[in-house]
Design a protein around this ligand. Structure first.
Ligand SMILES: *[C@@H]1O[C@H](CO)[C@@H](O)[C@H](O)[C@H]1NC(C)=O
Length: 807
């Protein structure tokens, strides 16, 4: 808010800001702007009531207001009661209102008021007396008849800026302020008029800068002798000249430029004929002015050859900005040669319709040429060998197209250090042969053109600063000539996909490569570029995959001082799930990125698994458990599907057990107790066989009366008992293969070889591996019994009583 309050003031003195290099001006600027800024912070709270159609000063102003902007309203008058309570008021802007009179007495209580702007009102008179605290008092653009400067103005010891307006002058009007140390007097002469044959005079005794504003639309006709003692800076605004009144301006200036101190002359809104402009230059050439600025120049009528005598001059710089011409057919040479032959150091012509500039016909004094924003073509300065002292050439925003011609242009500019050809249409296509550049070029700005990769084959060999941002570069060719001096490279806003290594740029210390297409930059950049002090690589579409890991790590390590805009501008773009993630926070496990590591890990895991399995097999007999488990599930499954007729068989026993005498100890001590414990009725062939019947008959009988048949297999059993069953099996289908009724218990291991070859049935059963193995370890016995009993649990059988058996 505070800043806007001061804006209009800045606009008024903005013309002065353009003057570069004037020592005096710098002083003024530092004073006016500097002091404003200094207390602008303190000016809070600032109130902005500008442009609100107010006719009166609002009553509800906060009493602590320090800055008050009431400009652009329709306020008619100011009374003491309006402002008397604003005890801390320091700045008041009332410009562009409709006040006709002002009594300074109203500010009696505003003891700190320093800045008062009542310009652009209709003031005809003021009453005494302004406050002694004022530093800035602007009364310009009002309807005063004579300069409103009273004796009491002499008390304004702090006053630095004074704006006034008058329609006529009296010589000593400004005497009251003659002893003050004014920096800036703004004198509005818009309403100034005197009769044609009269000449008035005005003495301005003491100011650094004087700004006179004339009427916008009338021809310059002011006849006043303004004499100044010490003037450093003079600005004239709104000057309209034709060949007739050209002399009048020159006479007017004669007095003003007489002093030895005037260094800076600025003309604003100058409309003139070419002839008069040249006359003006000719007049100023031998004066003390060092900096001549013309802003908004309009050339009218015609442009013809004018003689110009380039006498010795102290003029250092001529700046002409914003030129328009109402002359369309003219000899270009007549126009351009006047400028080209100037014996000064700095020339700026910008924003003009000029299409060319001539090569000076003799060795030129130009050291600085600025031709920004004209319509120059490639032909400018071709073959020109007289610009030997030129150090800086700016051709920004013109119509240059051919890079090689631009290079060629500099061929004889042996002092050229800085060349700015940015914002043209330079391309590097049409080229064969070698490229020529002035070897002295250190700074080359070719930003905002349409250059492609091949530009790197055509660069000044000793360039230190190279700006190529906003072009069409996709890659930096590998085989380019080395630019060993290159320190600063800006390739932002191109289409590069990788960071350039420093192979070809061994001195590179600043790299700007933001807004390109760098997706997975090589990690060895920081190794290759040891001298890098600053890298700006943000806003690239980083691809956050394994390839980027190393780079992210190394850029993260150096981030502190070297990486600009870190970390906010460095974000993943792909893959989708990482989009927007800061590179700083991007981590991938080493495993997912290193194939060798991955293979080793998988191998190791497999190995460990195998080892564990082997260990389990050998130590805990895992296969045995598995087999048992398998049996168990099979049994459960079968038990569920016992056919009805099976259950309805006329049974006497749950199990018939057959075994060898040799194993009877195990049967009696282990098997029987364990089965009978659960109420399973067991028939032992020893115990229950009916004497007199043949063994086979007994076997058949009991097997048929039992729900299951258990065979305790051991080598002995095979030797002694199996023969009976083999025969039986051969003739009965009751125990067909896979039958549910058969339970084989393998008490001791039997190798296939030990089974006699005639026992086909046994071989078949063993091959099926449907037996239960008796484990030697005690810990496994539980599972064994459980498995065995599972065959019985499902069947709730009603057995026929013993008596029935007997019968
Ligand atoms: C090059 O010119 C552009 C504009 O034309 C400007 O923004 C940039 O700062 C210049 N670069 C250098 C290194 O001066």
């Amino acid at each position: 808010m505070v800043m806007t309050l001061w804006d209009s003031h800045c606009n008024m003195t903005q013309d002065t800001e353009a003057i570069v290099g004037s020592f005096h001006f710098v002083c003024i600027l530092t004073f006016t702007v500097g002091s404003m800024i200094q207390f602008s912070d303190e000016l809070e709270p600032a109130i902005d009531y500008s442009n609100r159609n107010l006719t009166h000063i609002p009553k509800d102003l906060p009493p602590r207001t320090k800055a008050l902007n009431l400009s652009q309203n329709s306020i008619l008058e100011l009374q003491m009661s309006d402002v008397s309570f604003l005890l801390e008021l320091r700045a008041l802007r009332l410009s562009h209102n409709r006040m006709q009179s002002l009594d300074f007495g109203v500010f009696k209580f505003n003891r700190y008021l320093e800045y008062l702007d009542v310009s652009h009102n209709q003031l005809r008179n003021i009453s005494c007396c302004p406050l002694v605290s004022l530093k800035h008092l602007d009364l310009s653009f009002n309807d005063f008849d004579v300069l409103p400067v009273y004796k009491e103005f002499g008390n304004l010891k702090q006053l630095r800026f004074l704006g006034l307006s008058a329609t006529r002058f009296r010589q000593l009007d400004l005497l009251p302020v003659a002893h003050l140390h004014l920096n800036y007097i703004l004198l509005d002469l818009v309403g100034y008029h005197v009769k044609d044959n009269e000449t008035e005079s005005l003495q301005i005794l003491n100011t650094n800068a004087l700004h006179l504003v004339f009427h916008q639309n009338s021809l310059f006709s002011v006849q006043v002798n303004i004499s100044v003692n010490t003037l450093g800076y003079l600005q004239l605004s709104n000057i309209k000249l034709d060949d007739g009144n050209c002399e009048r301006l020159i006479t007017f200036l004669l007095e003003l430029t007489r002093g030895p101190t005037l260094l800076n002359l600025t003309l604003h809104h100058l409309e003139t004929t070419w002839k008069c402009l040249v006359q003006l230059f000719q007049f100023l050439w031998p004066r003390t002015v060092e900096y001549l600025n013309i802003y908004n120049l309009t050339i009218v009528k015609s442009i013809e050859y004018e003689d110009f005598i380039y006498s010795r001059t102290v003029l250092k710089a001529l700046t002409i900005e914003h030129v328009s011409s109402q002359v369309f057919i003219f000899s270009k040479e007549a126009l351009y040669s006047v400028f080209a032959e100037m014996n000064i150091r700095m020339l700026t012509i910008s924003d003009s319709p000029f299409i060319h500039m001539l090569c000076p016909p003799f060795p030129s004094t130009f050291m600085f040429l600025n031709f920004t924003q004209n319509v120059f073509t490639d032909s400018v300065f071709q073959g020109c060998s007289t610009l030997k002292r030129l150090e800086t050439l700016i051709l920004q925003k013109n119509g240059l197209k051919n890079l090689f011609k631009v290079g060629l242009m500099t061929e004889h500019m042996s002092s050229l250090e800085t060349l700015d050809v940015s914002l043209n249409s330079l391309n590097s296509y049409a080229y064969e042969g070698t490229c020529i550049w002035a070897e002295s070029i250190l700074v080359l700005n070719m930003s905002s053109n349409v250059l492609t990769d091949s530009v790197f084959r055509c660069l000044p060999p000793k360039v230190k600063v190279l700006d190529l941002h906003n072009n069409r570069i996709m890659s930096i060719p590998k085989d380019i000539t080395h630019l060993q001096a290159l320190q600063v490279l800006n390739v932002a806003f191109n289409s590069l996909t990788d960071l350039p290594g420093c192979g070809a740029f061994s001195s590179l210390s600043v790299l700007v490569i933001e807004h390109n297409l760098v997706s997975h930059p090589s990690a060895d950049f920081f190794q290759s570029c040891q001298k890098i002090r600053s890298i700006t690589a943000g806003n690239n579409p980083f691809q956050c995959t394994c390839e980027l890991r190393e780079f992210a790590k190394s850029i993260g390590q150096v981030s502190g001082e070297v990486v600009e805009d870190w970390p906010v501008s460095y974000r993943c773009d792909t893959p989708e799930n990482t989009k927007g993630t800061l590179l700083r926070d991007f981590h991938l496990s080493p495993l997912s990125c290193d194939t060798v590591l991955l293979m080793v890990t998988i191998g190791a895991t497999l190995l460990a698994f195998t080892a564990i399995m082997t260990f389990l097999c050998f130590y805990f007999d895992l296969p045995w458990y598995l087999r048992m488990l398998c049996q168990w599930t099979r049994t459960r499954h079968r038990a569920r599907n016992i056919p009805i007729e099976e259950l309805q068989r006329n049974l006497q026993f749950h199990a018939f057990v057959s075994y060898s005498e040799h194993d009877s100890a195990w049967v009696k001590n282990e098997l029987l107790p364990n089965l009978e414990k659960d109420g399973i009725q067991v028939c032992l062939h020893e115990r229950n066989f009916v004497p007199g019947k043949s063994i086979v008959e007994n076997i058949i009988h009991f097997i048929e009366k039992s729900y299951k048949s258990i065979f305790v297999l051991s080598p002995h059993f095979i030797q002694s008992e199996w023969c009976h069953y083999e025969l039986y099996f051969a003739h009965h289908n009751l125990f067909h293969e896979g039958s549910d009724n058969l339970i084989l218990i393998l008490l001791e291991p039997i190798s296939q070889n030990n089974i006699p070859s005639r026992y086909h049935k046994l071989q078949a059963l063993m091959a099926q591996r449907t037996y239960l193995e008796w484990p030697t370890e005690k810990s496994k016995h539980g599972l064994f019994w459980a498995n065995l009993k599972a065959s019985f649990t499902m069947a709730k059988l009603t057995l026929v009583k013993d008596e029935d058996v007997k019968t």
